[in-house]
Design a protein around this ligand. Structure first.
Ligand code: SMG
Ligand code: MG
Length: 382
């Protein structure tokens, strides 16, 4: 991989309204607050998305913490130190414990810049072997069963290849059974608990076994690897870990323990797309299917996810829906459904353009952090 010399990083916190509220077992969102990082290098620029949320509810990271870690720890480790191979970013910031989503954003921005410098697409660089990826949609907890049916019907009419519904105690077996009965056995259907249960709920969760689900995602807490392994012995539905899988090492542990039969790969959660590829490789070597998770990404992260999901081990549809699933207006051209699939971008780097005007309209906070000697280049390219 080409080395790049960063002249500075631009950081922006965006707030983009959602087309409809999105509710999970841990809370409800009406807008997406997200950080975009722009790396300006000697020969190009690149974008990365930091998928933290405003509150540490999905994982321990959150926007304010990410902002702080970027400015006080990550940028200083990467600026003014000469050329950097993007493959070495993770090693350079390894001494900073955790903060994987934040690290992933910076690594992606530098990868995008480096790939622009060598005119290669992210998909080609990662080893993608497909031009399109099947598109699944994640359906939040709904105010009523009727609302759930109408929403799922609408997504199926749009052509989505797979439905995932969010579950929590009190909204689990009944809505799932209703979907199976209404839409039939051919519907690719899965559920995501976002860690809302404990092992003592095994008997309840066993009621899902009759419903022909592809998987149940993260039923128990993030650090419950051993309990997930115990639960797996009591369920027929395959367990798919999301929150628990924070690295390739943990992925290997979880597979060995029998805690996960499928893996949801999210680059932010694991510290970057390069680590995500390592998880893909570990899982593939064990015959464990993987799919690409989503964090309500803007077009920047969605482009990167589409590239990742085009790798050969991604054998299940991902949470890579069309941009209009969440946003009336994105900061890039929207990703659209094409017969239930999303096209993998082919242009250099991430293959998407960030619209400067649109970006400005949704930015609520921004900064420019120059490398020593580049203080003057404050607003290069925007
Ligand atoms: O980007 O389509 C998307 C969202 C998919 O459900 C989704 N993500 O646990 O998998 C998950 C959740 C995490 C975000 S919930 C606010
Ligand atoms: Mg999940």
């Amino acid at each position: 991989m080409t080395s790049v010399t960063p002249h500075g990083f631009e950081t922006r916190v965006l707030r983009i309204p959602l087309v409809a509220p999105f509710e999970t077992s841990f809370g409800r969102q009406d807008e997406r607050e997200v950080i975009l990082v722009r790396a300006v290098t000697a020969g190009a620029e690149g974008w990365g998305e930091c998928v933290t949320m405003p509150m540490p509810l999905y994982s321990s990271e959150h926007t304010e913490g990410a902002w702080d870690v970027l400015h006080r720890f990550l940028y200083p480790a990467l600026l003014g130190v000469g050329p950097i191979n993007p493959r070495h970013v993770a090693g350079r910031v390894e001494h900073i414990v955790g903060h994987r989503m934040t690290k992933a954003a910076v690594e992606l921005a530098l990868l995008d810049a480096a790939l622009h410098e060598r005119d290669e697409s992210f998909a080609s660089y990662l080893g993608a072997d497909r031009t399109h990826v099947p598109s699944g949609v994640s359906v939040g907890i709904m105010p009523s069963l009727d609302a759930l049916l109408a929403t799922v019907q609408d997504y199926l009419d749009q052509g989505y290849a797979r439905i995932k519904i969010k579950i929590r105690p009190g909204w689990d077996v009944e809505p799932t059974r209703l979907l199976r009965r209404t839409f039939g056995d051919d519907l690719l259907l899965q559920v995501d608990a976002n860690a809302a249960y404990t092992l003592s709920d095994a008997r309840l969760l066993r009621q899902l076994d009759d419903l022909g689900l592809l998987l149940i995602e993260q039923p128990l807490a993030e650090d419950d690897l051993v309990q997930h392994a115990a639960l797996a012995t009591q369920l027929q539905t395959p367990i798919c870990l999301d929150e628990s899988i924070v690295s390739a090492k943990v992925a290997a542990d979880a597979i060995t323990l029998g805690a996960t039969q499928v893996i949801n790969v999210k680059a932010g959660r694991v510290g970057g797309y390069l680590e995500a590829v390592r998880i893909h490789d570990v899982a593939r070597a064990h015959g464990v299917p993987v799919w690409c998770g989503g964090m309500l990404e803007t077009g920047v992260g969605r482009a990167a996810n589409a590239a990742l999901a085009a790798l050969p081990g991604f054998t299940l549809p991902g949470d890579i829906s069309a941009s209009d699933r969440f946003y009336a207006q994105d900061v890039t051209d929207p990703f659209v459904l094409d017969e239930g699939r999303i096209a993998v971008p082919t242009g250099p780097g991430l293959g998407v353009e960030v619209d400067a005007e649109r970006l400005e309209a949704v930015t609520v906070r921004q900064s420019w952090t120059p490398a020593p000697g580049h203080e003057a280049a404050a607003v290069v390219g925007l």
